[in-house]
Design a protein around this ligand. Structure first.
Ligand code: ATP
Ligand code: MG
Length: 203
């Protein structure tokens, strides 16, 4: 047997072993239920990942809700696209600027509560198979929303409904509750090298 043949055989054996392991794990996961996902961390990619899941859900004709806290003045590409092309998506935005621009705590709290009411309605409606609550973590961190109430609603949502929460931080209680928690690490960001935020990439 040549060296190449031996390598190929070894590779095949390793892959077979790997496949057996993966197949066993797939067979073990028997629970059918919606998934609660937290995308957090200081790196770029949280909200855009959530919109990736919106696309996935839409591919299967699912009804989707998106609620965005902390909206910048800048429109985003996802907002423009969803508004024009995705009638199955209910899109709601807090509608105020960034909190560090508004500098109005009581106004921000009222806006946060109004916005949460929209999210809560979706999180109680089994017609929605996916609900994205974008930048929710800041509302909890600033105590604009009552953490316990928010967690209760997420916990008691319809069993087939998935929810994606995004934002930095989020706290240990939220992390505990969610089924999947991913932290996007900030290794480097173009902005810090003086490169301007870009359409289609950053917004
Ligand atoms: P995206 O919406 O691009 O997935 P994100 O949701 O992970 O980003 P946010 O904190 O919501 O991050 O910030 C959104 C905007 O800020 C985007 O334009 C993004 O490129 C930029 N941004 C995200 N992380 C960083 C960072 N570490 N340094 C500088 N700018 C950042
Ligand atoms: Mg974001």
């Amino acid at each position: 047997m040549s060296d190449d043949d031996q390598k190929a055989q070894r590779h095949k054996a390793v892959m077979q072993k790997q496949k057996t392991k993966v197949d066993a794990r797939i067979a073990e996961a028997q629970q059918e239920q919606g998934i609660a996902l937290l995308l957090t961390g200081n790196g770029k990619g949280k909200s855009s990942s959530a919109f990736g899941m919106v696309m996935r859900a839409l591919g299967y004709g699912q009804k989707v809700g998106v609620v965005q806290f902390i909206k910048g003045e800048q429109l985003s590409g996802e907002e423009l696209y969803v508004r024009d092309h995705c009638p199955q998506v209910t899109f709601y935005q807090m509608g105020t600027g960034f909190t560090w621009n508004t500098q109005d705590r009581s106004g921000d709290i009222a806006a946060a509560e109004r916005t949460w009411a929209q999210a809560e309605a979706m999180l109680k409606d089994p017609a929605y198979q996916l609900v994205v609550v974008d930048e929710l973590t800041y509302m909890i961190a600033y105590k604009y929303l009552d953490e316990e109430k928010v967690l209760e609603v997420i916990k008691n949502r319809p069993s087939e409904q998935s929810v994606v929460v995004t934002g930095r931080g989020g706290g240990s209680a939220l992390q505990e509750l969610m089924d999947t928690v991913s932290e996007v690490k900030d290794v480097k960001h173009a902005f810090r090298a003086g490169i301007k935020a870009r359409k289609g990439v950053d917004y």
